[in-house]
Design a protein around this ligand. Structure first.
Ligand code: FES
Length: 106
């Protein structure tokens, strides 16, 4: 296993570049780098940590139960169980989770 560069992008234009250690999830790598990302259960069940993979490859360390198959097809990942398998670029922030839920008032 190798270390990879993870580029995090927020909707407001902010970006951070962090490194993942082998077998580390995106959330773990961000925590170690002192970058705050939203999370809740850390087990793939709540979707609070939802991010969107823009580039690169990740594998979920365990079943991302909080994501529907169509969300996974659209490139959404759960950062708490997502381990990079290449350098990657992810859109992050609390608003990404909101994109999964259809809003009947919108
Ligand atoms: S923190 Fe709950 S699914 Fe990632």
């Amino acid at each position: 296993m190798e270390t990879y560069r993870i580029t995090l992008e927020w909707n407001d234009g902010r970006t951070e570049s962090i490194k993942s250690e082998p077998d580390e999830t995106v959330i773990e790598a961000a925590e170690r780098a002192g970058v705050a990302l939203p999370f809740g259960c850390l087990t793939g069940a709540c979707a609070t940590c939802t991010a969107r993979l823009l580039d690169g490859r990740i594998e979920h360390r365990r079943e991302p139960r909080a994501l529907k198959p169509r969300h996974r097809e659209d490139g959404y990942v759960l950062a708490c169980v997502a381990e990079p398998r290449s350098d990657c670029r992810l859109r992050v922030g609390s608003d990404v989770h909101g994109e999964l839920v259809s809003n009947p008032w919108r």
